[in-house]
Design a protein around this ligand. Sequence first.
Ligand SMILES: Cc1cc2nc3c(=O)[nH]c(=O)nc-3n(C[C@H](O)[C@H](O)[C@H](O)COP(=O)(O)O)c2cc1C
Length: 344
Amino acid sequence: MRQYRDAHIFMDLYKNLIRPLLFLADPEVVHHGAMAALKVAGPVLAKFAPKPDPRLARTVFGVTFPNPVGLAAGFDKNAVALPAWEALGFGFAEVGTITARAQPGNPKPRIFRVPECAGLINRLGFNNDGCDAVEGRLQRLRESGRWPAIPVGINLGKSKIVPLQEATEDYLLSFERLKGLGDYFVLNVSSPNTPGLRQLQDRAALHELLGTIQGRNTAGRPLLLKIAPDLDWQMIGEILELVEEHKLAGIIATNTTIDHAGIPAQREQQGGLSGAPLRARSTEIVRFIAERTKLPVIAVGGIFDGPSAREKFDAGAALVQVYTGFIYEGPGIVKKICRDLVGR
Ligand SMILES: Cc1cc2nc3c(=O)[nH]c(=O)nc-3n(C[C@H](O)[C@H](O)[C@H](O)COP(=O)(O)O)c2cc1C
């Protein structure tokens, strides 16, 4: 438990001293700085990684997780800092979104803090190095012997220049390239920042996508679908039918929302909203799925502490992920949530 007590002290330091300084700078500049630091420090930090508490371990879709608190997609888009996530206590890390082709994403600025409601708005648009570069990086990490002991998820998206009608082949390209390197895979059809992407959640398009990828998933890797919080219940119901028909391993709920009703007008920016304003909606969707299916759900949206994580587990989640909470609460968030879960 000592490592979890220390986390508390560090979190106070982060919130009172480090965060106010970081929040003076542009969010994306801070992000790149943090990633550069974690990339360098990761292998060293990994030597001091907290010992997993066996009470938190669980096996979901055939994969064993040392604890159920993961890093959400979008933070380590290019898989540059995997050893660091284990060192910070995460039970798993999801890299990506990775697209078949390298792409720069949307014009900057494209990440905006909304501190009044502990939110973030982003319209990054899948800026990433592309599947070839990430494959090489992951291969080198494997060969170096520094591959983390935690499960690694790989989140895949559509390249922006590829027309929507050719989306399936585009996902397939990156899946084929990376399928030997992840413990689970995610088809991201729910980012609001790639034009038309969310249309892949429609029945016909999704049927084709899931059928094709599963058809080529000969090694039976766990394949999950990440959905948007802006779908109505009927659409979610249809998606669940398809996910079960194509024998996916689970659902990730949810991505960011385009519903900005909960944020102050002067903070309005186009893009996906995450953090506290998303919490209730994402929990509602997790509950809806858990009540209707036996599919494992990875819950993500507005998790900042033990109670908000427990809310997701109580709604039926098997695992949780954090992104915005990590920005607002600092790296101690993982250990804090784990301490709360152990206490329970
Ligand atoms: C800056 C930023 C970038 C993101 N990039 C991705 C991404 O590339 N792929 C993805 O599936 N989700 C992405 N997300 C969504 C998160 O993974 C998560 O689903 C969402 O932010 C809700 O969780 P949170 O409230 O803990 O942030 C991104 C979120 C943020 C804030």
